[in-house]
Design a protein around this ligand. Structure first.
Ligand code: FES
Ligand code: FE2
Length: 438
């Protein structure tokens, strides 16, 4: 449970908010590289953390992210002309390169004027199929993360994303909430027994057999990790997922990273990245097979209003259309009547409101990781608000993993992640809960 005040502090990421300031201190994904304009193409407007930006590639292929407002008198750079080596504002013709160099100021007589000013652009990187940006104070960007998926060629990586119409924290909560898998996704997990023969299905099938996993969490230098331990006869299966501040999850399957980036306070981009060093998962048939299985294929995303083009339309999952739930399917045996993983998760996340009221919840022993999530996020927001060091900002995140494995009756699950640096442990819900309010 959180006070309304803490809930606001944690959820709001617009300009000038403490959590927004904290997030802007990290490298965050802006968009998939596939969605960037072609070299020299038309500039593209995007929204991120409640602000609008313009993404563009110059004719040499260099990517750039511009603040929407022109440096001169604020006309939108969405209207700008694409002119090879820079974008030219159509109002008075000031022209800016992707690195902010001012190339021309045609309405100013002094030829040296342009060399004294700098356009409003942000540092960007291209990695792992994504465009990343640093939106914080100049010159203070942290080391760029180096995750395994970034080392894979395109053919060995799947990039996909869904637009989800609720606050980003609600989506992250679902990703550190192992106990819902056995219930919400029960129909899909049952299907994975015999119908599905690919890795994702194999890695999740055991979860249908124990609805009350033991959950424990540790605060770490990068955020936290948590375990869900399920019993299968005399076996114990441990699934460890890591939350990497400010909004990333290394999934327990070990080959999926999930990046949840606020578009604004009521909407987020939910980026998925799978990789496989051996298999060409980025190519068909594996790519389509995987995306269809989890509900991230284009036709399904369009049907449920989870693309940029459809997320404001009538198909977008909402109380008005019953979240697209198929009651007939439910009557004939599907547990939820929602399409598959992505829609089942989104239905629950969206249905609790644009920003869920956490002063009205009843956490249980199943929610240890949820409490730890609040604690990690609030620590970032409070540090930004109070001028302290942002936790996790300088952690070595490249070594952080999610992992699943069998453990012996007395074996400590932390042996699966010996390289994670633990700051403190939260093994009992009451302890974790009081830690949030302290
Ligand atoms: S507002 Fe852009 S050049 Fe004047
Ligand atoms: Fe889920």
């Amino acid at each position: 449970m959180l006070s309304k005040q803490d809930n606001e502090l944690m959820c709001r990421t617009g300009p000038g908010t403490p959590m927004g300031d904290a997030m802007r201190r990290f490298w965050i994904p802006v968009m998939q590289l596939n969605d960037l304009p072609r070299p020299g193409g038309d500039p593209k407007a995007i929204e991120l953390l409640g602000e609008r930006f313009i993404a563009w590639r110059d004719d040499r292929g260099r990517s750039g992210l511009y603040a929407e407002a022109c440096l001169h008198r604020g006309a939108s750079m969405q209207l700008a002309r694409a002119e090879g080596d820079g974008l030219r504002c159509i109002y008075h013709g000031w022209k800016f390169a992707v690195d902010g160099t001012v190339l021309e100021t045609p309405n100013v007589a002094d030829p040296k004027f342009k060399s004294r000013i700098k356009g409003r652009t942000f540092p960007v990187r291209e990695s792992g199929g994504l465009l990343w940006a640093y939106l914080g104070p100049k010159g203070k960007e942290p080391a760029f993360p180096e995750w395994e998926f970034m080392k894979q060629p395109d053919a060995h990586r799947i990039n996909a994303y869904a637009v989800v119409n609720c606050n980003y924290v609600q989506v992250i909560e679902g990703l550190v909430d192992s106990s819902h898998l056995t219930v919400l996704h029960s129909s899909i997990l049952a299907k994975t027994n015999d119908e599905q023969d690919f890795d994702f299905a194999k890695k999740t099938t055991h979860m249908q057999f124990d609805a009350t996993p033991v959950i424990e969490a540790d605060e770490t230098d990068f955020g936290f990790h948590y375990v869900a331990i399920r019993s299968l006869g005399d076996q114990r299966m441990a699934r460890i997922a890591s939350f990497i501040a400010p909004c990333f999850i290394a999934n327990a399957n070990g080959d999926v990273m999930l990046l949840i980036v606020p578009v604004n306070d009521h909407r987020c981009n939910f980026f998925h990245i799978w990789w496989d060093a051996d298999k060409r998962v980025g190519e068909d048939p594996l790519r389509t097979q995987q995306l269809t299985f989890v509900g991230l294929d284009e036709p399904t995303l369009v049907k449920f209003g989870m693309t940029p083009e459809t997320c404001d339309g009538p198909a977008a999952m909402s109380w008005k259309n019953g979240y697209g739930q198929d009651r007939e399917q439910q009557r004939i045996g599907h547990f939820t009547g929602l399409h598959t993983f992505t829609q089942e998760d989104a239905g629950c996340s969206i249905s609790s409101g644009p920003i869920r009221d956490r002063s009205q919840e009843m956490l249980s022993s199943a929610d240890v990781a949820i409490t730890q999530l609040y604690r990690s996020l609030l620590a970032c927001a409070r540090a930004a608000r109070d001028g302290g060091d942002i936790p996790a900002l300088h952690a070595e995140v490249g070594r952080v993993i999610g992992i699943s494995g069998e453990i012996g009756p007395e074996e400590n699950w932390r042996g699966l992640v010996p390289h994670h640096r633990i700051v403190s442990s939260a093994q009992a819900n009451s302890k974790a809960r009081s830690a949030v309010t302290n």
